[in-house]
Design a binder for this molecule. Structure first.
Ligand SMILES: Nc1ncnc2c1ncn2[C@@H]1O[C@H](COP(=O)(O)OP(=O)(O)OP(=O)(O)O)[C@@H](O)[C@H]1O
Length: 203
């Protein structure tokens, strides 16, 4: 499987945010996207995910076979929002996403244990602290069967131990043939990751 971007351009509100972005990512590789505030990291991830139209160029997934014929079918996008229903329990939220995305290697209980949230699956998601919410959103990655993780500032709100745990999970995902594209301001501890530096913010 291969994720390829060529001469990719993105815009917001009709104004160019970035242009001429290119990268190629093989199965098992990670790409860390850095750049100042407003340089277009989130926009790039959303364009790759297909949540925003691209302004120019192309981005595609090759070799996904019948199971993953497109980026949309292969990706799990984790944005700034965690995409969980606050009134549903943590377990109910994760069950929904497991069904929606396809069943990942871990079941809901195992994923919660893995992110250090064992025993609180019964709580409404809205009761969780900021960092616990992010950890539950990371558990969402583990219960889902999606090879391409698109992560927008995945460590936001995480404590040091959770940051290190996430680094291990991303490394394991890549070792398992997955791919990660992560926008970040902080080092993610991803050894051997490719790097993409977005330009200065438009004035
Ligand atoms: N809906 C919108 N309409 C107009 N401009 C927008 C819209 N959404 C974002 N922008 C602008 O697009 C630019 C890129 O924003 P984006 O969120 O992609 O940057 P970023 O690199 O992820 O920033 P940060 O590091 O602060 O998260 C910013 O200048 C932002 O103000």
């Amino acid at each position: 499987m291969r994720l390829i971007a060529e001469n990719l351009g993105g815009e917001r509100g009709g104004a160019a945010v970035f242009s001429g972005i290119g990268f190629a990512l093989e199965a098992g590789q990670a790409l860390v996207v850095t750049g100042p505030n407003g340089s277009g990291k989130s926009t790039l991830l959303r364009v790759v995910a297909g949540l925003l139209p691209k302004a120019e160029g192309r981005v595609l997934l090759e070799g996904g076979g019948e199971e993953f014929p497109s980026i949309a079918s292969a990706c799990h996008y984790l944005g700034h929002q965690n995409a969980m229903k606050t009134a549903l329990s943590v377990t109910e939220n994760l069950r929904f996403w497991r069904e929606f995305h396809g069943e990942g290697r871990l079941d809901v209980e195992e994923a919660l244990e893995t992110v250090g949230l064992g025993g609180i699956g019964h709580l409404p998601f809205g009761y969780l602290s900021t960092g616990q919410r992010r950890r539950a959103a990371i558990a969402k990655l583990l219960v889902s069967h999606r090879p391409l993780w698109l992560l927008d500032e995945p460590t936001a709100g995480l404590d040091k131990a959770s940051e290190e745990r996430l680094a291990g999970l991303m490394t394991a995902h890549c070792a398992d043939g997955g791919m990660v594209v992560a926008a970040t301001h902080l080092p993610l501890g991803l050894e051997g990751a490719k790097a993409l530096a977005m330009g200065e913010a438009f004035p």
